[in-house]
Design a protein around this ligand. Structure first.
Ligand SMILES: Nc1ncnc2c1ncn2[C@@H]1O[C@H](COP(=O)(O)OP(=O)(O)O)[C@@H](O)[C@H]1O
Ligand SMILES: [Mg+2]
Length: 214
């Protein structure tokens, strides 16, 4: 199975969600490989290094790739390949989208974030990608931004795209967790973890459903 986190917009939450999803599947005994496509930032790769150094289980296997073709090869030897897409990657996006069971597009609440992301999804559909294989996740919602988050979800639904219930708030505890090699559902705070669990579970369910219908 292949799940790709794609959005040309940097800082939308691709790497954050990709890591959490990897750990979720690993905890369910899947073999998982993460392809970090951002060879200059290496965010997922470096995070996995911090995680291994700190001895946090399960260890997450992350490799850096420049070429989609090279990354996609890892799908053959793992139950799940997670692609952590890079910013400004116009051509890569389609290469991954057409091979993926599920395409997750994390999006922030501002119009600046939302419009390019909706355009990206439209572009994929115009190129023949099945609309049902695209799933939006509203991410990085600022404090007191619930109304904005709801409005963002509604806009996405008005465009008739799938969007997960709920959203991921901005929390210092989330970035702190990732700084020490943890995921955003491995913080010290049960409630914060549960918020993420609910989102991750919807991504898992959607991916399994799409995969079983193949
Ligand atoms: N919910 C959140 N709360 C706090 N910080 C976050 C949250 N989500 C992401 N971040 C931080 O925002 C930055 C960008 O997120 P990231 O997932 O790396 O985006 P992308 O991979 O799309 O560029 C990172 O520094 C990350 O630690
Ligand atoms: Mg990233």
């Amino acid at each position: 199975m292949i799940i790709s986190f794609l959005n040309q917009k940097g800082g939308s939450g691709k790497t954050t969600l990709a890591r959490a999803l990897a750990v979720e599947f690993l905890n369910n005994d899947w073999s998982v490989h993460v392809g970090d496509m951002d060879v200059s930032q290496k965010t997922a790769f470096n995070w996995a290094g911090r995680r291994a150094e700190a001895g946090i289980k399960p260890e997450v296997e992350v490799a850096l790739y420049r070429e989609p073709k090279a990354a996609l090869k890892a799908a053959a030897t793992n139950d799940l390949l997670i692609i952590d897409g890079k910013a400004f990657a116009d051509t890569h996006v389609y290469d991954f989208a057409k091979q993926s069971d599920l395409i997750v597009i994390p999006v922030g609440v501002s119009a600046d974030d939302l419009e390019p992301s909706l355009n990206l999804a439209m572009e994929l559909i115009n190129k023949g990608i099945n609309k049902d294989s695209i799933l939006f996740v509203v991410s990085k919602v600022p404090k007191n931004g619930d109304k904005e988050a709801m409005a963002t979800r509604s806009s996405i639904e008005n465009w008739t795209f799938n969007v997960v219930q709920g959203w991921i708030p901005i929390q210092t505890s989330y970035s702190q967790a990732m700084d020490i090699g943890k995921t955003i559902h491995e913080t010290k705070f049960k409630e914060l973890n549960t918020t993420v669990d609910r989102i991750i579970q919807q991504i898992v369910d959607k991916a399994l459903l799409l995969n079983s219908n193949k």
